[in-house]
Write a protein that binds this ligand. Structure first.
Ligand code: PAF
Length: 289
């Protein structure tokens, strides 16, 4: 696997592949890779001739009081994992390469509406930073397919919308969330958990599973949400949101679930220093009349 740090080197390698008619799959990351990221590379390898990944801790998507400085940077371990997974090219630019005129001066890509609620509400500006960097990376790599984890459900939905709205000729593929044996969704932020917190952490997934069962058994959204928040607080979480939404519009829902609907429960909760994110889908089993 070759690692490049500049746009010029990246373009040089990509144009050689383009001339050979090879398809490119792309998995952007912020590094500190775990099995979840590697599953994106595996999915890309299954579909495309060449696989490109990026490691870039994007300052635009961090708020002023977030963990930009503390975010783990582990490039050489990331390179070994990517190489072992069969990645062909890694783009690991410094911040100046991506934002040469400074972060405040960069043109922004904003997806409205889908970014207002959930993580968009608790992390203002976060998705603008994500879509801006992903649009830029898409223009640089020009992949045929791009791979994102379903753990970040709202991010995946927002990127799919950006690709449609801005006519990127790219297929966006959502890859299933990778979990620890006890159900905890893999995340770079899990390493902020203390030993005790790590024991409580799977409760987020368990609460989502229980909430899904409750909705399927006909309990109303308001009751399910209240119960879930109470369980999470009792387990030591500080719930940020626990929202039951339409899986496409991400609009919050009321009332009871019907089997012709596709819903998703989006959850974010702080446990000590870690902000954990997870979700569960309720997929329509009947067609709408
Ligand atoms: O999901 C992530 O790691 C980041 O948000 C992404 C998509 C690499 C953009 O920086």
């Amino acid at each position: 696997m070759r690692t490049v740090h500049s746009i010029a080197e990246l373009r040089e390698q990509l144009s050689a592949w383009q001339q050979q008619g090879l398809s490119v799959g792309f998995a952007p990351t912020m590094g500190n890779l775990h099995r979840g990221h590697i599953s994106l590379i595996t999915a890309a390898k299954a579909r495309c001739d060449k696989v490109v990944s990026s490691v870039f801790v994007n300052p635009l998507q961090f708020g002023p009081n977030e963990d930009l400085e503390a975010y783990p940077r582990t490039l050489s371990a990331d390179q070994s994992q990517l190489q072992a997974a069969g990645c062909d090219l890694l783009f690991a630019p410094p911040v100046e390469e991506m934002y040469p005129a400074g972060q405040a001066a960069v043109s922004n890509v904003i997806v409205p509406e889908l970014t207002l609620d959930h993580c968009g509400d608790s992390r203002p500006g976060h998705f603008d930073g994500v879509t801006t960097v992903v649009a830029k990376l898409f223009n640089l790599v020009q992949p045929q397919s791009a791979f994102f984890g379903k753990k970040d459900f709202q991010q995946l939905r927002v990127i799919k919308q950006m690709v449609v709205d801005l006519c990127f000729p790219i297929e966006v593929v959502g890859v299933e969330t990778c979990r620890e044996d006890d159900g905890l969704a893999m995340s770079s932020r899990n390493q902020y958990l203390t030993t005790d917190e790590r024991q409580s952490a799977p409760q987020l997934r368990q609460t989502l599973l229980a909430a899904k069962d409750s909705l399927l058994s006909g309990k109303p959204v308001s009751v399910v949400t209240d119960e879930a928040q109470k369980v999470l607080m009792a387990a030591g979480f500080e719930p940020d949101y626990f929202n039951i939404c339409d899986a496409n519009s991400l609009q919050r829902q009321n009332g009871v679930y019907e089997s012709a609907q596709s819903w998703v429960i989006l959850a974010a909760a702080k446990l000590g220093k870690a902000r954990l994110l997870d979700n569960i889908e309720l997929i329509a089993t009947k067609t709408q009349q």
